[in-house]
Design a protein around this ligand. Structure first.
Ligand code: FEO
Ligand code: CA
Ligand code: CA
Length: 656
């Protein structure tokens, strides 16, 4: 999802030709240095990419040495999911579907809160397929674990939520909203007919919601900043919400990332918390932008009454999907910010790193390196491994080098004199610590993908229309456009390809948008990269999140609905693989180990911005199909976020 922001001030942008010259000279430098960065296509470092206005006219076989063999799909404004010829996409698990043999979805939104707690939440996001039995390479049976990022109260309730009808807002609505957030664990299998279905009943099915008890682990657990009236020990939090991207540990647990948690908290008018700058740094001021009204019924969402509750959100949460009775744990050693991705990389010596973006304009890119090593022969060695380690933040230098700056109490500016009493305070206020240490402000870091063989990393920078604006940071080599309405993708390799390295070399993989004829490899036009994941064939999958407010405006109309593309980083080729229905975001993906089924999440079909809503062009309780009727069709009622399972009709490998 996309949220408004108030970024910090910074120097003005240098002229664009200077930025371009820097990028070009760096390209030569990288080539001359023989970095071994595969296939540094000309498009990679230029302010545009070769695009194919008629992708269907392109070859359907792989380019020489390339990996992409499907016929690309054109941009679309149709209210449906489009995949290449020879592929099929079928809805597997939509909002409201029962996780097991529980209550069925009611299209008039009259399911109770208790029903919702046994059904798929709203707004699917990060996702992973865990084969069953555990540790196997099964490609027809497994656990699908997925995030439910946020909710649309106009769809969730008859008559809408607090912002639609404050007087009608009650405990039942509140509890249904809590239950529509969080994470699903569902058992899925592929039948003899080739179709994927949710297994019902399943003893492994589980919902984790915004009301589920979750333990705190790591340096901030039990700290005074984490203690509340309901939890005087500061060790158990109720709920996880705004779960966006995700990660998977080498020991087979799921990491869900708490992103825009601040939107749920209200700071009453006139209330000034102690150390107000620490709240403002996390955008905790005024009424929460989600306008859910939770603070009217739950004091913990009122910052005046429970000032420490916001400190208990904005973390990475570890879940064992194979044990439905296990307690999820918020791993505070990974820092508190708007986590987007918790991408794990395992080094040959057992070193574990977890990479995260902080998705906000001018925020940072982080890496956590565990102190203990993981032994693949002993999966139990992963237990609580994420509770001890070093959190780093990235500084990108204009010459293509980079360094990881440790956020360790007592080093550099991270001292009591500068407002950091101990390591817990550094982690709870990781953004402030990263400010102090001089990290590079980025263009909204979203997902991070890792090459499963080389450990090369890829980072989506989705957009930043405020870069270079008066009083804001200007362009630099890693964020080379001011403004940057279309986003770009960076990549880097750690020194020695070791996840524990403190230095790296980076370059720009692709600048999205602004079609041009430059470049060696065909690149289908796209904008606002967000979801990123690399499969075992080393194909990089890109999902887009063109903000809803832009989808019907200006240059963005050329891109149509949000989409998913496949990139062969070795050649620079990018082909459009899927287009989503109207008003959706395409986010979250996973494949079976044989790469023959691709699971993709379609989030918030039919969502349109407030200004259009005010003109009646919206999905609302009175006219829920005004913009999108996906996936159930106009007769059904409400658009629903859903997981789709994509297979090739000939049973082949996806994308090949
Ligand atoms: Fe929830 Fe940054 O996307
Ligand atoms: Ca996004
Ligand atoms: Ca995202």
């Amino acid at each position: 999802m996309t949220t408004p922001t108030r970024p910090p001030a910074g120097p003005p942008a240098p002229p664009f030709h200077e930025i371009l010259a820097r990028a070009l000279s760096r390209r030569e430098l990288l080539r001359g240095a023989g970095l071994g960065l595969a296939g540094l296509a000309a498009a990679s470092l230029l302010p545009g990419c070769a695009t194919s206005p008629d992708p269907a006219a392109r070859a359907t076989t792989p380019a020489a040495g390339g990996k992409l063999g499907f016929r690309p799909v054109p941009v679309s404004t149709a209210d449906t999911v489009v995949v290449p010829p020879g592929y099929s996409a079928r809805v597997l698990y939509a909002w409201g579907d029962p996780i097991s043999d529980g209550p069925a979805f009611l299209q008039d939104a009259t399911n109770s809160a208790a029903d919702q707690a046994l059904q798929a939440g709203m707004h699917h996001d990060g996702m992973h397929f865990f084969p069953l039995p555990r540790g196997s390479a099964s490609a027809d049976h497994g656990l699908l674990v997925l995030n439910h990022e946020y909710i649309a109260t106009g769809l969730l309730h008859p008559g809408g939520g607090h912002r639609h009808d404050p007087d009608g807002y009650d405990r039942e609505k509140l509890e249904k909203e809590l239950a529509a957030h969080g994470v699903s664990v569902v058992e899925v299998s592929r039948g003899a007919d080739g179709e994927w279905r949710v297994v019902r009943p399943s003893p492994l099915a589980r919902r984790i919601t915004a009301a589920t008890p979750i333990a705190l682990g790591g340096p901030a657990a039990g700290h005074p900043l984490m203690r509340t009236g309901e939890d005087p020990d500061g060790r158990t939090v109720l709920g996880t919400f705004n779960n966006c991207a995700h990660g998977v540990t080498p020991w087979g647990t799921y990491l869900t990332c708490e992103e825009n948690f601040h939107g749920h908290f209200d700071v009453p008018e006139g209330h000034v918390p102690a150390r107000p700058e620490r709240y403002r740094r996390y955008r905790l001021e005024g009424a929460g932008y989600m306008r859910l009204g939770w603070s009217t019924l739950l004091p913990r969402f009122d910052v005046a009454r429970e000032p420490n509750e916001p400190h208990r959100h904005g973390w990475v949460v570890e879940i064992d999907p194979f044990d439905p009775s296990s307690t999820p744990v918020k791993r505070t050693a990974l820092g508190r910010f708007a986590h987007e991705s918790a991408t794990c990389v395992l080094g040959p010596d057992g070193t574990v790193a977890v990479y995260s973006g902080d998705d906000e304009r001018f925020e940072y890119t982080y890496k956590f390196v565990a102190h203990r090593r993981y032994d693949p022969a002993d999966p139990a060695s992963g237990r609580d491994l994420l509770d001890e380690g070093t959190l780093y933040v990235a500084r990108f230098h204009d010459d293509g080098s980079g360094e990881w700056l440790p956020l360790v109490h007592g080093t550099g500016p991270l001292t009591p004199e500068n407002g950091f009493a101990d390591q817990a305070e550094v982690l709870v206020f990781a953004r402030a610590a990263a400010d102090a240490i001089g990290a590079t402000p980025m263009d909204r870091p979203e997902w991070i993908a890792a090459n499963p063989r080389t450990r090369e990393l890829y980072l989506s920078l989705t957009m930043n229309e405020l870069r270079g604006a008066p009083g804001r940071p200007g362009a630099d080599a890693a964020n080379p456009r001011a403004a940057n309405p279309f986003g770009h993708i960076l990549r880097w390799r750690e020194d020695g390809d070791h996840p524990g390295a403190t230095r790296f070399r980076w370059d720009v993989l692709v600048l999205a948008g602004e079609p041009s004829d430059e470049g060696d490899a065909p690149v289908d036009a796209f904008a606002n990269p967000d979801g990123l994941w690399m499969d075992d064939r080393e194909v990089l999958w890109i999902q887009t999140d063109i903000p809803e407010r832009n989808q019907r405006a200006g240059p963005f109309t050329a891109f149509g609905n949000n989409m998913m593309l496949a990139c062969d980083p070795a050649t620079g080729e990018i082909r459009r693989f899927l287009t989503g229905p109207v008003g959706c975001e395409v986010t979250g993906m996973s494949m079976t180990p044989d790469l023959r089924t691709l699971f993709v999440n379609i989030q918030h079909p039919g969502e349109v911005p407030a200004d259009l809503a005010a003109r009646g062009l919206r999905t609302d309780p009175d006219s829920p199909t005004a913009v999108s009727a996906w996936p159930d069709g106009p007769a059904a009622g409400r658009p629903r976020s859903a997981t789709v399972a994509i297979t090739r009709d000939d049973g082949g490998v996806i994308g090949a």
